[in-house]
Ligand binder design. Sequence first.
Ligand code: ATP
Length: 382
Amino acid sequence: MSGIALKNVCKMYDGAHYAVKDFNLEIQDKEFVIFVGPSGCGKSTTLRMIAGLEEISDGELWIDGELCNYYEPGERGLSMVFQNYALYPNMTVYGNLAYALKIRKIPKKEIDEKVHKVAKTLEIEHLLDRRPAALSGGQKQRVAIGSAIIRKPKAFLMDEPLSNLDAKLRAQMRIELAKLHKELETTVVYVTHDQTEAMTLGSRIVVMKDGVVQQADTPQNVYNSPSNLFVAGFIGSPSMNFLEAWVSVEDGRTVLYPGGSELGKKVYLDGERGELVRQKENGKKVILGIRPEDIYEYEEAVEKGFAQNCQGLEETVVTREMLGAEVILYYESQERTHAVRLSPENQTQTGEKITLYFDTEKIHVFDMETEENLFYREDVQA
Ligand SMILES: Nc1ncnc2c1ncn2[C@@H]1O[C@H](COP(=O)(O)OP(=O)(O)OP(=O)(O)O)[C@@H](O)[C@H]1O
């Protein structure tokens, strides 16, 4: 059992500036938890507080049921993998892998068996005699991961371990890390600013902004039911489209007018969602959010049965991105760039007009002041 719990953990620098504020999280045994957020949001600081490399200003850190705030890093039973690999340059790969075991005075034969086993798992057996300088970035990273694995820690802490690799290798290592996590069945706490990495690797992701946790949930729930405007915009690529819209009620139905009623474009919200928006926002301006894959052309909107809930918005395509399996069209609206993800058969070219329909069941509505998602429910299971 290797659970880690953070209770109201804070980090303050210079007695005034909170780098992390009231961080609460219970990490279960064998979970793969990812801290994600923009630069400076406090993810590394939180990880370093867990590792014991940074003092905790306030709050409690529990590892395996023990209060660990004042434990030295070495007493916490955790292994950290850094972005810059942190290998000993004068030792061979074998020496790097064996180092932690040598210090523990483990018999040579046992060390040898363990080094070979880890090297085999990571497919670096043929590199055991080389020094780090003679390795590629990906190989160095494998050695760094290997030297963490060999210690059999209670949990791995990883700070942007793939960020020095090129895109292709990063994608490959991502798959391998996921496999490794399954094989080793250990808890992993992982920091990244890359939302794709977070979505594909994490069993749970913790989205942070300005030192504060915005949402902690499965990748799917964070994607389908973001708690607020920040999370909605941060997770997803291309990101969710946002439009200011006015709320009114007509003939008993809740209507959103993107860009104001003078444009005359209506989007109807029915059922519970319509009721909620009407209760909280009638007569007010809100932010309407819609993901690029939830926007369609007329025929498909008819086929899917929501064409009558939404009037088509005529837009001019400013960029066309053909990605093979899909085509992304970009258009400008309300001084922002918006994206729509369509099938690759779509032939609309840059400069041409296209009329778009929103899947009204997939619309998110955010309060203008609090930026909270009106439809967010913590218990939603996608
Ligand atoms: N030693 C320090 N003294 C003062 N402020 C610090 C110190 N270390 C970090 N900070 C501040 O704390 C905040 C959080 O930093 P942190 O490194 O945790 O962010 P991060 O989310 O990991 O960012 P990045 O992705 O850029 O590494 C930032 O505003 C940073 O400037």
